[in-house]
Design a protein around this ligand. Sequence first.
Ligand code: FES
Length: 128
Amino acid sequence: MALYSEKVMDHFRNPRNVGVIEDANAIGEVGNAKCGDIMKMYLKIEDGIVEDVKFETFGCGSAIASSSMATELIKGQPVSEAMKLTNKAVAEALDGLPDYKMHCSVLAEEAIQSALEDYRRRQETSAE
Ligand code: FES
């Protein structure tokens, strides 16, 4: 059996939503200390909906594929749904990742959670 699914290869070769959102109102950055990979997520949230999302990932192929899939999964979704995104859901949407590559999908979950946390903080500050 091939190590990586077709979907992983597809999202690795043609990652969706790569880049930066200049006027993002939620930004999250996380890294994995072991492998040194870094993932940054930019979200544009309007009326509680993730209107746009882009990412920059300096990391392995699985991390790139995971970020790409994660952005596809939350784009157009309410914030409440984006908050529920798990690394398992990302890996499943990619038709699986090898066990030793599951941490790459964890990075995608954490980057989105970190961006949503940033959004919540900004909301609190602007409400003060
Ligand atoms: Fe570190 Fe993939 S090897 S995120």
